[in-house]
Ligand binder design. Structure first.
Ligand SMILES: [Zn+2]
Ligand SMILES: [Zn+2]
Length: 437
C-alpha cells in the first residue's frame, strides 16, 4: 500500500502522520547538524513530536477491542528502557523548563583493526587540537608502526546532552523513533491492519525494520557523512569510493558472452542455499579471472540464497578495509541482509613472529589467491580459494579448496551488525597473526 493510500483509509492515520512528522524533524536536525541553533530547534522538536505519538495513540483507544492490557505491556516495556525514560524527561524539560544542555564534541579515534578497540577520546569541539595524545597511548613499538602505516584517524562531530553522555543525540532520537515505530506497527497488527510504510524512490524503506529496531535505513550510519577520515601515514584526507553495481542488460549480455557464462548457473534455483550461491559465484569469478587475469573485490549481500545488493569495493590500501568493512556492515543492516559473500584476490604468507604486523603482500614468500568467503547470520563462515600461478604472461588457477569455520576477522563488523558475538577464536588469531586481512 502506498503512503497516500494508507493515509486515506487507515483508522490510525493520525498516529502514522505524527510518526512521519518525527521522521521529518529528525532529518531537519541532521541537516542542521553544524548550525547549533538549527540543530537545537530541530532535535528538540523531534523529541517533542516523538512523545506525542503515544498520546495520540491513547486518544484512539476506542478503535481497539481490548486496548488497556495490550498498551500496558508496551508501556511496561518502554518504561523499563532507560533511553525512552530519558526521552520522556527531556520532553518535559523542553516544555516546562527550557532547552536541553547540549554540547558539541569532537570524537577522535584510531581505526587500525576490525574491532572496536582503538584508542578513542572525546574532547570539546573548541579544544580539539591534534591526535598526538591518542598516539601516545598506543602500547608497543610494533603496534605503533602498524598504526602509523595502516591506521586511520576518524574525527567526528557529535552532539551530546549532559544527562545522556553515552549517546550521540541524533542517534538517540533515531533509536527512540525505532521503538515507537515498532509500537505503531504493533498497534496496526492489533487492529488487523497493514503497518504504515515509508516509501522513498518507490522502495519501501520500512522493510527489514525488525533488524534495525524499527529504525529507517536513513537512521543507520548517519554519522559517516560528518566524519573526516585521515590517513595517519600521510595526513591525507581519505575518500572512500563505493560503487553500487547497477544492473544494465546490455552490459550484462556482453559480459555473459565475453566470459562464456550461463546466467542459470550463476544463481542456482534448484539448490537454494547461501552455500550454493557461494559455489556458483566462485565458479563465475574463476571464469572471469581466466579471461581478465584479475578480479575486483565484490561484495554480494544475500537474503537467504539470493543476492539483494552487489557492491564493488575499491580497496587501494590495507587500512581502507577497516573502514570499508564497517560501511558494508551498515549496508547489511539497511538491506536486512542475512548473508554476505566477498569475492576478491588476495595475498597469503606465512606468519613471521619477528614482523607481526607485516602485510602478506609485502612478504617475499607470498602467494596469490582468488577467494570467496560466505558469512551468514547463523551459520559458520565458508571460504573457497584457488591459488593463482603466474609464469611470465601465463596465468593458471589451481584447484578449489574449501575451508570451514576459519577466523574471518574482516567480517567482525558484520557480525556485530547482526548482534552476533565475534568468536573468541577470531580475536585470538588477531593477537598472533594479522596476515589474513
Ligand atoms: Zn496506519
Ligand atoms: Zn529518512
Amino acid at each position: 500500500m502506498t503512503e497516500a493510500n494508507h493515509e486515506n483509509c487507515c483508522p490510525l492515520s493520525a498516529v502514522d502522520r505524527r510518526l512521519q512528522d518525527a521522521h521529518r524533524c529528525w532529518h531537519d536536525a541532521e541537516r542542521g547538524y553544524f548550525d547549533p541553533e538549527d540543530f537545537r530547534v530541530a532535535i528538540q522538536a523531534a523529541i517533542q513530536t516523538l512523545r506525542t505519538v503515544t498520546f495520540i495513540l491513547q486518544n484512539n483507544k476506542r478503535l481497539f477491542t481490548n486496548f488497556d492490557p495490550w498498551y500496558e505491556l508496551w508501556q511496561g516495556r518502554l518504561r523499563a528502557d532507560p533511553l525512552m525514560c530519558w526521552m520522556v524527561n527531556a520532553r518535559n524539560k523542553i516544555e516546562k523548563q527550557g532547552d536541553l544542555e547540549m554540547h558539541s564534541f569532537v570524537r577522535t579515534e584510531i581505526l587500525a583493526s576490525y574491532y572496536e578497540e582503538g584508542p578513542r577520546m572525546e574532547v570539546p569541539a573548541t579544544l580539539f587540537q591534534c591526535p598526538a595524545q591518542l598516539i601516545a597511548n598506543i602500547p608497543t613499538e610494533a603496534l605503533r608502526n602498524h598504526i602509523f602505516k595502516d591506521g586511520i584517524l576518524r574525527i567526528q562531530r557529535r552532539w551530546v546532552e549532559n544527562s545522556l553522555p553515552d549517546y550521540e543525540l541524533l542517534d538517540a532520537a533515531g533509536i527512540a523513533y525505532g521503538k515507537l515505530a515498532e509500537l505503531v506497527a504493533d498497534a496496526h497488527k492489533e487492529l488487523g491492519l497493514q503497518p504504515p510504510s515509508t516509501m522513498h524512490c518507490d522502495i519501501d524503506r520500512t522493510k527489514g525494520s525488525d533488524q534495525r529496531g524499527g529504525r529507517l535505513p536513513c537512521m543507520i550510519g548517519h554519522g559517516d557523512t560528518r566524519t573526516l577520515n585521515v590517513w595517519l601515514a600521510t595526513g591525507q584526507r581519505m575518500e572512500i569510493e563505493q560503487k553500487v553495481v547497477n544492473f544494465d542488460r546490455e552490459c550484462a549480455e556482453q559480459a555473459l558472452e565475453k566470459y562464456g557464462l550461463d546466467p542459470k548457473e550463476m544463481y542456482p534455483t534448484t539448490d537454494s542455499t547461501a552455500e550454493a550461491t557461494l559455489n556458483s559465484l566462485f565458479a563465475t569469478a574463476q571464469k572471469m579471472f581466466s579471461v581478465d587475469c584479475c578480479h575486483a573485490t565484490i561484495a554480494f549481500l544475500l537474503k537467504g540464497s539470493y543476492p539483494v545488493n552487489m557492491m564493488q569495493l575499491d580497496l587501494q590500501e590495507h587500512g581502507e578495509k577497516y573502514l570499508v568493512m564497517r560501511m558494508l556492515a551498515n549496508e547489511v543492516i539497511k538491506c536486512d541482509a542475512d548473508g554476505v559473500i566477498l569475492v576478491s584476490e588476495y595475498w597469503k604468507a606465512c606468519y613471521d613472529p619477528n614482523n607481526p604486523y607485516r602485510r602478506a603482500a609485502e612478504a617475499s614468500d607470498r602467494q596469490e589467491y582468488l577467494g570467496a568467503t560466505l558469512v551468514t547470520k547463523t551459520g559458520d563462515p565458508v571460504h573457497l580459494c584457488a591459488q593463482i600461478v603466474r609464469t611470465g604472461d601465463d596465468v593458471t588457477i589451481g584447484n578449489t579448496h574449501m575451508l570451514r569455520n576459519q577466523a574471518q576477522i574482516a567480517f567482525a563488523p558484520i557480525y556485530a551488525a547482526w548482534g552476533r558475538e565475534v568468536p573468541h577464536a577470531w580475536i585470538e588469531v588477531t593477537k598472533i597473526n594479522d596476515q589474513c586481512g
